[in-house]
Ligand binder design. Structure first.
Ligand code: PAF
Length: 287
């Protein structure tokens, strides 16, 4: 496995692999890899001959008050994990390689229809930062397939929509959320949690499942359910950001008339912001 930092070098490698008729799969990450990331690499082996994992902490998707400067960097451990997972190349560019003119780029990619809600509301520049860097990675690697975790469901929807709207010939794959034994969705930011916070954090997933069951059991006042659950999240020790019941495909606020539902939550434990979601079908018979 090779680690490549220059755009020109990874392009040469990909050209050579393409000459051998190999298909290319991209696993975009910001490093500090955990079992969730490794599962993306493992799944990508089922789609592509050559798996390239990018490691780049993208400054453009952090606002000034967020954790860009302290975001954990663990390149050696990441390399070992990727090697063990059979990853072929790591693309780990510097910030100047990706943003040669600085992050006040004149070109930004925004999927406006899916921004301004959920994480896009709480982190106004975040999804534009993600869509812009993913576009750059797609233009550099030109993969046949790219894979993203369902934990960042809104991010996945933004990237899928962007690929459709900008005619990017890339198969965008959504991969199941990987959880620890207590049900907490794996995230690099879980490393920030204190021992006590680690005990509280899995409550978020329990609350999601509790509300899902309430809906399946016939609860139909979604707005009231959202309001009451925000209080429960607070009483459980979090500072809630949002708790919303939306449609899976359009991310519109859901009502009882909708069947494919997703419940989204974001909440702080101290300074650590956790997100999670659950997706399910609310069938006629449950209504
Ligand atoms: O999900 C992430 O780790 C990042 O948002 C991504 C997709 C690698 C873009 O920086």
């Amino acid at each position: 496995m090779q680690t490549i930092s220059k755009i020109a070098d990874i392009r040469d490698i990909i050209k050579a692999e393409r000459k051998k008729d190999k298909t290319i799969g991209l696993v975009p990450t910001m490093g500090n890899l955990h079992a969730g990331h490794i599962s993306l690499v493992e799944q990508m082996h089922q789609h592509a001959d050559i798996v390239i994992t990018s490691i780049f902490v993208n400054p453009l998707q952090f606002s000034p008050n967020e954790d860009f400067d302290t975001y954990p960097k663990t390149m050696q451990a990441d390399q070992e994990k990727l090697e063990a997972a059979g990853n072929h190349y790591i693309f780990a560019p510097s910030a100047t390689e990706i943003y040669p003119e600085g992050t006040t780029s004149k070109t930004l990619v925004s999927v406006n229809a899916l921004d301004g809600i959920l994480c896009g509301k709480s982190r106004p520049t975040h999804l534009t930062g993600v869509a812009t860097v993913v576009t750059k990675l797609f233009n550099i690697i030109m993969p046949d397939h790219a894979i993203f975790g369902l934990k960042d469901y809104q991010q996945l929807m933004v990237i899928k929509q962007m690929a459709i709207d900008l005619c990017m010939p890339i198969n965008i794959i959504g991969a199941p959320i990987v959880r620890d034994d207590a049900g907490l969705a794996l995230s690099s930011r879980n490393n920030y949690l204190s021992g006590e916070q680690q005990q509280i954090a899995p409550r978020l997933n329990q609350i999601l499942n509790f509300v899902k069951q309430a809906i399946l059991d016939g609860e139909n006042n979604f707005r009231e359910l959202e309001k009451q659950t925000m209080l429960i999240i607070e009483e459980s020790g979090f500072k809630p950001d949002y708790f919303e019941i939306r449609t899976q495909n359009t991310l519109k606020s859901a009502t009882i008339a909708d069947h494919k539902l997703a419940i989204f939550v974001a909440a702080f434990l101290g300074k650590t912001r956790l997100i999670d979601n659950v997706r399910f079908e609310n069938n006629e018979k449950n209504n």
